[in-house]
Unconditional design. Structure first.
Length: 338
């Protein structure tokens, strides 16, 4: 009998009504993911890790892209609440947005923060990258090479990764006696280019620059090309998070790395734990620094040398015709040679 029913279902092309099922089971088997900007390759990898893990557990994942707009963060949270998703993953564009925090305080389903910290996150699990370890190692490596001024072209301090990197770099550089400059802005190519151009125009520009994201890196490299700065002859470069095809750059870029796919998978598993009734918890993901030949000792000006001193001649000076040059006139190289 069962086989006949299955055959009839297949012949008719019947699809079950998931909405009707959710009314009976009180579960939609759907999870939402609010992403600050999906064009960031890092967030794409995180989303892939999360979706793969959730699909294995029988859940579908709906992704909403906020395009670095805090207002869209808030709208997406409310939309997912209206759709009655079973849980929510959050990698917001702005952790401090009052509207987003207010919306999150009203949700009743489980939350998992992906490298974010929220005022309303007391009932949420979180997967956090240990940014401090990676950027501290990069700073120490640059200091060991002899760099005395390092710059970080960073994202906005309204998200955890940018805050952690800036705080750690300032602390470590202070300990090492290295000057440190942080230029904060949006996680965009435009900010990376403008900030780097401004740094290079300073009277004493940094001898090393750290790009705070994949998108910022593009702007950093564009500014270096425009100004004719060579890596690492004129300036050393470090980037945060691995860049596709970076191994083919000459030189390959020194990188502060983490595993974004693993972060996404961990986030999904933390959400599955909450859905199973377990208590919220936080899990950390390590970062590490991988040096390459894009970092080298800083270029220094050649030492000034004085012409060798010669003993005064004891012979009588020869008589020469008086110079017709007006007093105080500057000599050219041609005049000196004549």
């Amino acid at each position: 009998m069962r086989n006949r029913v299955v055959d009839a279902v297949a012949a008719l092309g019947y699809e079950p009504d998931l909405l009707a099922q959710s009314l009976r089971t009180r579960a939609t088997m759907t999870v939402g993911f609010v992403v600050g900007n999906i064009s960031n390759p890092l967030l794409s990898e995180i989303a892939l890790g999360a979706e793969t893990t959730l699909r294995t557990a029988g859940y579908s994942m709906l992704l909403a892209n906020s395009m670095d707009n805090p207002e869209l963060d808030c709208s997406h949270v409310r939309l997912f609440a209206q759709r009655r998703v079973d849980g929510l993953l959050l990698s917001l564009s702005d952790e401090l947005s009052p509207g987003t925090n207010e919306a999150l305080e009203k949700v009743t389903f489980p939350l998992v923060l992906v490298d974010r910290e929220l005022r309303a996150g007391g009932h949420a699990s979180a997967v956090l990258a240990d940014h401090s370890a990676g950027i501290a190692a990069a700073a120490r490596h640059l200091a060991a090479l002899g760099h005395k001024k390092v710059a970080l072209v960073n994202g906005r301090p309204t998200v955890r990764p940018a805050r952690e990197r800036a705080t750690t770099l300032r602390r470590v550089c202070r300990q090492l006696g290295v000057a440190c400059t942080v230029r904060s802005g949006t996680f965009t190519t435009e900010h990376g280019e403008r900030a780097t151009a401004a740094l290079l125009a300073e009277a004493e520009p940094p001898s090393a620059v750290i790009a705070g994201s994949n998108q910022i890196l593009v702007g950093v490299l564009r500014a270096l090309r425009t100004t004719g700065c060579r890596v690492p002859i004129d300036i050393s470069v470090v980037t945060c998070d691995e860049v596709p095809l970076s191994e083919f750059l000459v030189p390959p870029l020194a990188t502060i790395q983490r595993d974004p796919y693993q972060m996404g998978a961990i986030a999904a598993n933390l959400l599955l734990e909450l859905l199973a009734g377990e208590l919220p918890r936080t899990q950390s993901v390590p970062t590490s620094f991988h040096p390459t030949s894009s970092c080298a000792p800083p270029r220094t000006a050649p030492p000034k040398t004085e012409p060798p001193k010669t003993a005064p001649s004891k012979t009588a000076p020869s008589k020469t015709a008086p110079s017709r040059r007006p007093p105080g006139a500057n000599l050219s190289e041609d005049d000196i040679a004549s």
